[in-house]
Design a protein around this ligand. Structure first.
Ligand code: CTP
Ligand code: CA
Length: 230
């Protein structure tokens, strides 16, 4: 029997967590995607459920198993547009949104109904892309008092400056910044080194930890934030 202090519990809270990568179809067999494994978002969903929350976990493409906790409701999406719809629908009844998904930034302007065939003499294929909706920014705009919105920032350079800008531009309460460059790159790894950014707070650099440990600490931080109303 474990006793949780109220400040680390999410009992009775509702979370929406997104994880994995969205995919944008080019034709029935091809897509634009990314290297997200979904590990971080899934770990957050599991940690939140363990802390007593009711979790809606919305996943794109993931390469690991989904949570089996009865407190986690799993929803699958493919495209960014589907992700936006699912997040908007579930966020209205939620206390916290955590956008750990790696969202495709661009999609093909047109999706072909049939497989695009190679054509003799055409050794060059130009694909026109158009920007996808920014799910985090869109949903943060509809935030009610008391709701918390947490984003991630994946950067290969100028981590703090870029992440700080995302905190402001996206209207998030918190940004979890992580480097996706080099050997410590987060994609597919079990470990992550993150820096937590919040408006009016100094950046807080956490040590390199297992993603499951980052998730547990993030959940505890969110529980405290909910309680203090800060
Ligand atoms: N995000 C989103 N919708 C998008 C793109 C990103 O909701 N269309 C969210 C991600 O889930 C993440 C945060 O925004 O929580 C930052 O994502 P990131 O890819 O780091 O930043 P972008 O704003 O997409 O900018 P860029 O990729 O150019 O760095
Ligand atoms: Ca992006």
């Amino acid at each position: 029997h474990t006793l949780l202090t109220s400040s680390t519990s999410l009992a009775g809270k509702r979370l929406v967590v997104t994880a994995g990568g969205t995919r944008e179809p080019i034709d029935p067999v091809r897509f634009i995607g990314n290297r997200s494994s979904g590990k971080m978002g899934i770990a957050i969903a599991e940690a939140a459920a363990a802390a007593g929350a009711q979790v809606t976990l919305i996943t794109g493409q993931v390469s690991v198993a989904l949570p089996t906790s009865p407190r986690v409701h799993n929803l699958k999406v493919e495209t960014t547009e589907e992700l936006l719809q699912a997040v908007q629908t579930s966020f209205s009844a939620a206390d916290i949104l955590v956008m750990a998904a790696a969202v495709a930034d661009y999609r093909p302007q047109q999706t072909a109904d049939q497989k695009v065939k190679k054509t003799a003499g055409h050794d060059n294929w130009q694909l026109d892309l158009t920007e996808t909706p920014d799910v985090l920014k869109t949903v943060a705009r509809s935030k009610r008092p008391g709701q918390l919105v947490v984003g991630f920032a994946a950067e290969t350079q100028q981590l703090l400056a870029n992440a700080q800008r995302k905190l402001a531009v996206k209207g998030a309460d918190m940004i979890v910044a992580n480097s996706v460059a080099g050997a410590q790159g987060a994609f597919g790894s079990d470990d992550d080194q993150v820096t937590i950014l919040q408006a009016g707070h100094q950046p807080e650099q956490w040590p390199l930890m297992k993603k499951t440990a980052v998730a547990a600490r993030l959940v505890a931080t969110l529980a405290q934030k909910m309680e203090s109303g800060d």
